[in-house]
Ligand binder design. Structure first.
Ligand code: NAD
Length: 334
């Protein structure tokens, strides 16, 4: 393939120079806008997008020359894989850019909750230098339940070991070598929920993991545990989370992701959305406003080093495809 038409969408200005340098000679178009039906270039042969750009079947169908999709992320639930597969378009991701980056953010959320970091900081900024009412809990000797022991989950386990925590885990595909190496035990999900003081989610969003934490099993969580989610919002049924917060089933939640998070900032667009999406948005607002939650805006991946690694791998994926070898292809789209 010589000099294909390559289009990048959603590239923040501070990353554009780094990307241009890496893509020298290939002259891609680089837009800071998210992709949408109104800003497509029909000649595009290779498309690169961030998670903020949902690649719907409508968009894919409107690009007749499209030969490859590169997502600048590990997760791929923003892409209609069935539509890509139907047209034989490989979808390639960045499998491992952020295992330490997302794991570090996970620890930040855990410590933020257990040490009451945000109310503490707020109090001092407001002029009150007083620790009463801000008592936290130790991590040492507490049980961390890791759901999904892939790249990020395994990294969280390594870090939690440094805090002398006990680790239990659940994964649909348990890795016994990893369990022996890092020193943790696999349990069923129900047992993990019942035993963990802190539960942290690290599975991809798939049909099998949608609402993995739901209205039925949320009651099985150990009373007073913390729930952390840096994977994908829809792993947790929002009704279940609101119930757990309002009934003190959990002591708090640290979330970098929310179901239908794209709608939170776009209230004026809600007219076109389903009743379910509108309900989820209302529940998200309850979750955001709750005093025992810490919510970050899908920011766990967002470190300088991780962004450079994301661009490096995306460029490698694209160049490799151009030279006839597809790498990092998402199996679900094959
Ligand atoms: P990974 O593929 O290395 O690990 C995922 C693990 O989940 C695997 O061990 C797999 O066996 C397990 N799994 C799959 N289906 C399961 C099921 N039904 N039940 C239980 N376990 C199941 O992925 P990773 O690199 O560790 O990333 C995990 C997720 O984190 C990504 O899919 C992505 O959605 C999310 N993520 C979020 C951010 C962010 O900025 N918040 C950044 C990167 C990744």
């Amino acid at each position: 393939m010589s000099k294909p038409k390559i289009a990048f969408y959603g590239i923040w200005p501070e990353m554009a120079d780094y990307l241009k340098n890496k893509m020298k000679g290939l002259n891609p178009s680089i837009s800071s806008d998210k992709i949408g039906e109104n800003n497509l270039d029909q000649k595009t042969e290779i498309l690169a997008v961030f998670v903020e750009s949902p690649l719907t079947s409508k968009i894919i169908e409107q690009l007749p020359h499209l030969k490859m999709i590169a997502t600048m992320s590990t997760g791929f639930d923003h892409i209609d894989l069935a539509a890509a597969k139907k047209q034989n378009i490989p979808v390639c991701n960045v499998p491992t850019y952020g295992e330490n980056t997302v794991a570090e953010h996970t620890m930040a959320l855990i410590l933020g909750l257990t040490r009451k970091l945000f109310p503490s900081v707020k109090r001092v900024k407001e002029g009150l230098y007083d620790f009463h009412g801000l008592r936290g809990v130790d991590l040492k000797n507490k049980t961390l339940g890791v759901v999904g022991t892939g790249h990020i989950g395994a990294h969280v386990i390594k870090m939690a070991k440094g805090f002398e925590m006990n680790i239990v885990a659940y994964d649909a595909f348990p890795n016994s070598d990893l369990a022996d190496k890092l020193g943790f035990t696999y349990l069923t999900l129900d047992k993990l929920l019942a035993q963990s003081d802190i539960i942290t989610l690290h599975t991809p969003l798939l049909k099998t993991t949608t609402h993995l934490i739901n209205q039925k099993n949320v009651r099985k969580i150990k009373k007073g545990a913390y729930l952390i989610n840096t994977a994908r919002g829809a792993l947790i049924e929002p009704e279940a989370l609101v119930w757990a917060l309002q009934h003190d089933q959990i002591a708090g939640a640290g979330l970098d992701v929310l179901e239908d998070e794209n709608l939170i900032q776009n209230h004026e667009e809600l007219v076109g959305y389903t009743q379910r999406e509108i309900k989820t948005t209302l529940l998200n607002n309850i979750i955001i406003d709750h005093p025992n939650t810490i919510i970050t805006p899908h920011n766990a991946f967002n470190s300088t080093e991780a962004l450079e690694r994301i661009i490096d791998t995306t460029v490698e994926n694209i160049k490799s495809f151009i030279y006839g070898k597809t790498i990092n292809q998402i199996p679900e789209a094959k």
